[in-house]
Structures are given as C-alpha cells and as structure tokens.
Design a protein around this ligand. Sequence first.
Ligand code: MN
Ligand code: MN
Length: 258
Amino acid sequence: MSKVGLQGFLFDEKSSFLKGPRLAPPCIREAYHSASANYFAENGEAILPKNITDYGDFSIENYLDIETITLKNLNKDLPLLSLGGDHSITYPIIKAFHSVYGKVDILHIDAHSDLYSNFEGDPYSHACPFYNIMNNGLAANLHQVGIRTLNKTQRDHAAQFQVDINEMKDFHKFSMPKFENPLYLSLDLDGLDPAFAPGVSHHEPGGLSTREVMTLIQHIDVPIVGADIVEYNPAKDIHEMTAMLAAKLLKEIVSKMI
Ligand code: MN
Ligand code: MN
C-alpha cells in the first residue's frame, strides 16, 4: 500500500548563520496533517498517510551518521523523501543513494549554489553539499534553479564540475533539463522568495514564487527516486505559512514519486 518512504533529520549543526532547521520535521508533518487542507496533490492524486512509510525523525550525533541511517531506510522499491534539517544533510544522503542507484541526476532548487569546498573552516557546512557531491563523483548531472548569490569561487566550482545553473536573473529562459539518470530533487526553501517562504534562515529577495516551484515540479517527466525539503526554520516563520508551503510541496513531490 505504501508508496514512499519518509525520514526526518533533527539537525542544524552545519548552519552557518542561524539555528532552527532541526525543529522543522515535526512542524512539516503537523502542517501535512492539518485539517485546514486536504491530502490531495493538484493532479488529483491522494497523498494519504497510508501511502507513506514513516521511518520517523532522527537526532544526529555525528554528521556522517546521516548516510548510515539513509542507507537503512533506502529500499530500492520505495522512493525516499527526507525532511531537513539544514542543507548539509544532502551530501550524506546522496552518498547513500549512490550506493544503491549509482550516479543520479540532481535537480536542485535554491537561492545558493552551495558549491563551497569549505565555508568558514567547515568542509561539511550547509554551504558545501554540492561541492562534496560533485567532487566525489556521486552525481552524473547537477541542474540548479533559483540561484541568485553566485560569486567567483562558486562560478569557478560550477565550471569545474560542469554544473548546469539557471540563474534567477535568467529564469524566463528556464526549460526543464533532459534527465538521463534516476532523478533526485533537492529543495532548499530559500529558493523561493522570502515573500512566499519567510521561515528560512537566509532571506534572499528576488526568488521563485510558490506557483513557479509547483509548475517546475509538475513538469518533471521522469520518476523521482529521492528528494529532500530542507532549510525550513520554524523560528523565523510567520503563522506557520512556510510549514504549510513545505507540506504543499511535499504533496506535489510525493505525487511525482509514486
Ligand atoms: Mn542550500
Ligand atoms: Mn539556500
């Protein structure tokens, strides 16, 4: 009956600016179950609790334990959705996916390219996951959307790893990449404009609208084997509106996974 696995990481040790994302997974679950909305994705698919095998939320002592936990929860017959936590979780998650699927294609929505080799002395900072993924050859193709903070270091690393970046200033020219491998979707909520997603640690104006992100997800035309929703910071949220946004996007993403 269940069609998707779900795991949450209560982890924000790799956040460079504010803590808070470790509080996110239970808040997103609560919003998903809220009586203020139904369980349907916009394509009419019911995303019911019985369709989700919930492995629960995990407190993390050692960063790289995220890989071990993900491997345990990763069953090739069931796509796996992860709730963060800060964006650092994506590197150990992709390590686990690589063990099972080989090199995946990644669609990464974010204000930031997260391509630093280390940030303020931490090579595992939430500003680094995609450098680590590409530098270790864990993904075949990395496609980034919503990016609006590139500096020279990140442009250099993007060129080194042939990252396909659609910068926000060029979003009008965006078209869905052609995916060649199993697809992993990594959604950093600060990819949306802070007007739509106030509950994030890094407000970066000039971002995607909720509808643009929904349309993007709805136009994915290959199966998604894994996804994450990261960087929700309940401490910054207003009336739980970003939690409801995360829950809405969860339903859209799961409808693409089943
Ligand atoms: Mn990020
Ligand atoms: Mn970001």
